[in-house]
Design a protein around this ligand. Structure first.
Ligand code: SAH
Length: 350
C-alpha cells in the first residue's frame, strides 16, 4: 500500500466514502504524497509524455499562433502570456524561442504561469528565468490585461466526478473500503445532477463524468478575455460529449488500476469539450492534427529534417507522425480556441 493509500483508508474509515474528484485531487496534489507534488512525471524515465516533450515543433507552432493572434488584435501592450500547468516548462520555452523575431512581442509580454506543484515550479524556473516569469496558484489571480493563454494537458488533470444513471435515478460513484482496501461503490440516489447536455441526453444506464473544475477554469478565462481581450488555446485528449468511464491511471508508461497506487500513478480523465465550449462567448474546435497542419507543421518538419540524418531523422519523423497522425495523437487530441465575439478568427482554424 502506498503512504497516500494508508492515509485515504484511514480517512474513509473515519468519515466515510469520498468522491472520485476528492480522490483525484488527493492523488495528484496532496501536499506531501501527491503525484505532481513529489515528482517529474514526464519523459522516458517518468510515467507519460506530452506533445511539447515529443517535439519542439509543437511549442513553436503554438507560439506562432499566439503571436499571430496578438498581431491580429492590434498588438496590445502590455499583455499576459499565460500558461496553465506548464509541466517542465518546455512548451513555454519553445513558444518564447519561436516568437523572438516577432517585433514587440517579447517586450510587451509578461509571462505568468499557473502551477500547483512546487517541484515543477523549480524546473520551470530553471528553464524560463531569463524571461522573469511570475507564478500564481489560481487562474483568478491572472493580471487584468489582455490574455494570450495556452493550456496543454491541464484540463485532463482536474478532478472529475462520476455519476451513474439507474432505475432509481442518478447516483454518484464513490470510493470506499472493502476489507480495508479502496474500492468503488455508489451513493444513495441524488436529488439533482449538473445541468449539462451530457446529463440531459444520457441513456438509461449511462456513466457520465462532470469536470466542475474545468468549467470554472474556462469560465474564468472567458470572463477575462471578454473584459480585456485575448485568446486561449486548450489542448487535451477527449471529445464532444464523451461518455463512459474515462478515469485512467498511467504508471511507467503503462495503464494501471486507478485505485492501485494512489500518489504514484498519473490520474486523468478525457475532457468533454461540449460543456466547456458552452461557456465561451466564441470558440473554435478541431483536432490537434488538423490545427497543427494548418499552422504549418509539415513545412516546419521538412525544414528541421534538412539538418538531420540517421536515427535523429527517424525519430524526428516519428515525432511528426505522433503529433498529427489520426492513429496517434492527431485525432484523440482536440484544440478548443476561446475568443470573443467579433474578434479575428483564431490562427490554426479553417
Ligand atoms: N503542459 C505540460 C504539463 C501537463 S501535466 C505539458 O504539456 O507537458 C499537468 C500540469 O498541470 C502539471 O504541471 C501539473 O503540476 C499542473 N497542475 C495539475 N493540476 C493543477 C492545478 N489544479 N493547478 C495548477 N496546476 C496544476
Amino acid at each position: 500500500m502506498t503512504p497516500l493509500a494508508r492515509l485515504l483508508v484511514e480517512r474513509i474509515r473515519e468519515t466515510g466514502p469520498i468522491t472520485v474528484a476528492d480522490y483525484m485531487a488527493e492523488c495528484l496534489l496532496h501536499p506531501v504524497h501527491g503525484y505532481y507534488t513529489t515528482r517529474d512525471p514526464f519523459g522516458t524515465k517518468g510515467d507519460f509524455t506530452t506533445a511539447p516533450e515529443i517535439s519542439q515543433m509543437f511549442g513553436e507552432l503554438v507560439g506562432l499562433a499566439l503571436a499571430q493572434a496578438w498581431l491580429d488584435r492590434g498588438s496590445p501592450a502590455p499583455f499576459t502570456l499565460g500558461e496553465l500547468g506548464p509541466g517542465r516548462g518546455t512548451l513555454m520555452a519553445d513558444i518564447l524561442r519561436a516568437t523572438r523575431g516577432v517585433p514587440g512581442f517579447h517586450q510587451a509580454a509578461q509571462v505568468v504561469l499557473v502551477e500547483a506543484s512546487p517541484r515543477l515550479r523549480e524546473m520551470q524556473h530553471a528553464k524560463l528565468c531569463a524571461y522573469e516569469p511570475s507564478w500564481i496558484d489560481r487562474i483568478g489571480d491572472l493580471p487584468e490585461a489582455p490574455l494570450f493563454l495556452i493550456a496543454n494537458e491541464f484540463l485532463d488533470a482536474l478532478p472529475i466526478r462520476q455519476f451513474i444513471r439507474g432505475p432509481q435515478g442518478w447516483r454518484e460513484r464513490l470510493i470506499g473500503l472493502r476489507d480495508e482496501a479502496l474500492t468503488f461503490g455508489l451513493s444513495a440516489s441524488l436529488p439533482q445532477v449538473p445541468e449539462t447536455a451530457a446529463f440531459r441526453h444520457a441513456p438509461d444506464t449511462a456513466l457520465v463524468e462532470d469536470n466542475l473544475a474545468a468549467r470554472h477554469a474556462i469560465a474564468e478565462v472567458a470572463t477575462r478575455i471578454a473584459r480585456a481581450g485575448g485568446i486561449a488555446y486548450w489542448i487535451d485528449y477527449g471529445g464532444w460529449r464523451s461518455q463512459g468511464d474515462t478515469l485512467q491511471a498511467m504508471r511507467q508508461h503503462r495503464p494501471d488500476d486507478p485505485l492501485a497506487h494512489p500518489g504514484e500513478a498519473d490520474l486523468t480523465a478525457h475532457v468533454d469539450f461540449e460543456p466547456l465550449a458552452a461557456l465561451a462567448p466564441a470558440f473554435a474546435y478541431d483536432t490537434q492534427g488538423a490545427v497543427l497542419t494548418r499552422l504549418g507543421i509539415d513545412a516546419r518538419a521538412e525544414r528541421l529534417a534538412c539538418n538531420l540524418t540517421g536515427a535523429a531523422l527517424e525519430s524526428h519523423r516519428a515525432a511528426h507522425r505522433r503529433l498529427t497522425d489520426p492513429s496517434e495523437m492527431g485525432s484523440l487530441f482536440k484544440v478548443l480556441a476561446l475568443t470573443s465575439p467579433g474578434a479575428p478568427p483564431p490562427p490554426g482554424f479553417a
